[in-house]
Design a protein around this ligand. Structure first.
Ligand code: C5P
Length: 400
């Protein structure tokens, strides 16, 4: 199940370190290739040799060990790793991770990881509830480090409360789930557009719309997390892409967006046009500032911008193309019409008159319509959850 997956198992010093041996055995049984990295304190609890024999790999215990294989070791290991699991994660290592300290192999590896990370804390319940530990955990969570909550019960020192390492099978299951999700869009080149575009009337004034870009950026994040190579082409927003490994192309005008999309289109396998492209552009934009008392008669003469999505629908060669439709009336009918005329595979429609749906909010309420006119209605959800639903559906279309 985990064949060919390179997993790094970080072990820090806790009485529950012995359970890492069971975790290693389970991961190996599932055919993962596991490299164990131990902190200095962990070595006090359990011998590196135990891990070495079971993993059939050298156990790493120090930053300055002489390994011929990796140069420099923590960078090379982080590049080949598909996953970092730290179990048990003590208050100390959690504190180092959250503060960016890199004074041993495991903390240096953590900072250089690009692959997903799961921490399984284990410590005395009072330590676990300590506000500094809790602050560190929530900071890590905010930065997309997953935490598997410790269990409740009696801990080794005799006290009771929350602090026991989560059950081995639950930890292994989380690794499987996360890795499965991580790789479901591997080998796919996805173009995602986001945000509004602007059309300038003169060098200062422009036409645009209320799009915040949140939906498109959420799609880029989830697609990236599922292993896709993501090109995010966005009009002006206040957002930054989730990862520096997302190919981010900021644009301003519809023409710039069109050029960027068409440039990347031939290499893509999936395109999701979440951008709220400005529909009109001035027929005669002024090259210098128009003075306020000299409004030209044709100042607001407009023409349609090129429809990027329609062009992609005409030109597609096997790509899955997803459009968006923000509507206020006859929502489903209009969306079905767009699906057909733009030759799309899927359309995500939202009725922007509904509370919590549409522009500049963190939530959305959408329906998905495919070419068989199957309609799935979703309840109000965060834009990230909506992104997951859209990509789940895209994955089923890809498999067909
Ligand atoms: O026709 P309508 O503008 O409602 O269609 C919305 C969909 O078309 C969105 O996916 C949007 O990104 C895309 N679009 C486009 N080029 C335009 C206008 C909209 O690609 N000029």
């Amino acid at each position: 199940m985990l064949a060919k997956k390179e997993i790094v198992l970080g072990v820090s010093g806790s009485i529950s370190s012995y359970k890492s041996v069971e975790i290693l055995r389970e991961l190996s049984r599932l055919k993962a290739c596991v490299t164990v990295v131990m902190t200095k304190n962990a070595v006090e609890f359990i011998s590196p040799l135990t891990f070495q024999i079971l993993s059939k790999q050298k156990t790493i215990t120090g930053l300055f060990e002489a390994h011929q294989e990796f140069q420099p070791e923590h960078i090379a290991l982080s590049r080949k790793a598909d996953f970092l699991l730290v179990a048990p994660a003590t208050a100390n290592i959690i504190g180092k991770f959250a503060s960016g300290i890199a004074d041993d192999f495991l903390s240096s590896l953590f900072l250089s990881m690009r692959a997903p990370i799961l921490l399984a804390p284990a410590m005395n319940p009072t330590m676990y509830l300590n506000p500094f530990v809790q602050r560190n955990l929530s900071l890590l969570k905010k930065n997309n480090i997953e935490i598997i909550e410790p269990g409740v019960g009696e801990v080794a020192c005799g006290e009771s409360g929350q602090g026991r390492l989560a059950a081995v099978e639950d930890i292994v299951e989380r690794v499987i789930q996360k890795l499965r999700r991580e790789s479901s869009l591997q080998k796919h080149n996805i173009i995602i557009t986001a945000g509004p575009t602007r059309e300038y009337l003169d060098p200062i004034r422009y036409l645009s719309n209320r799009s915040s870009g949140k939906m498109g950026f959420a799609l880029a994040k989830v697609a990236y997390q599922r292993g896709a190579h993501v090109t995010l082409i966005s009009g002006p927003t206040n957002l930054s892409p989730y990862s520096p490994h997302i190919n981010y192309i900021p644009v301003v005008t519809t023409e710039e967006m069109r050029q960027a999309v068409e440039h990347h289109f031939p290499q893509s396998t999936i395109v999701i046009m979440a951008a709220a492209v400005c529909d009109w552009q001035p027929l005669h934009p002024a090259s210098s500032k128009i003075e306020k008392h000299t409004l030209p008669a044709d100042f607001f003469k407009l023409q349609n911008t090129p429809d990027i999505l329609e062009f992609l629908g005409q030109e597609k060669k096997g790509q899955i193309i997803v459009g968006f439709a923000a509507e206020t009336t006859n929502v489903l009918e209009k969306a079905k019409g767009k699906l057909r005329t733009k030759n799309l595979d899927l359309i995500c429609v939202n009725d922007i008159t509904q509370e919590g749906a549409g522009f500049d909010v963190d939530t959305n309420k959408v329906s998905l319509i495919d070419i068989q006119h199957n309609v799935i209605h979703f309840p109000l959800m965060t834009k990230e959850k909506v992104a997951e639903k859209i990509l789940d559906k895209v994955e089923t279309l890809v498999k067909k």
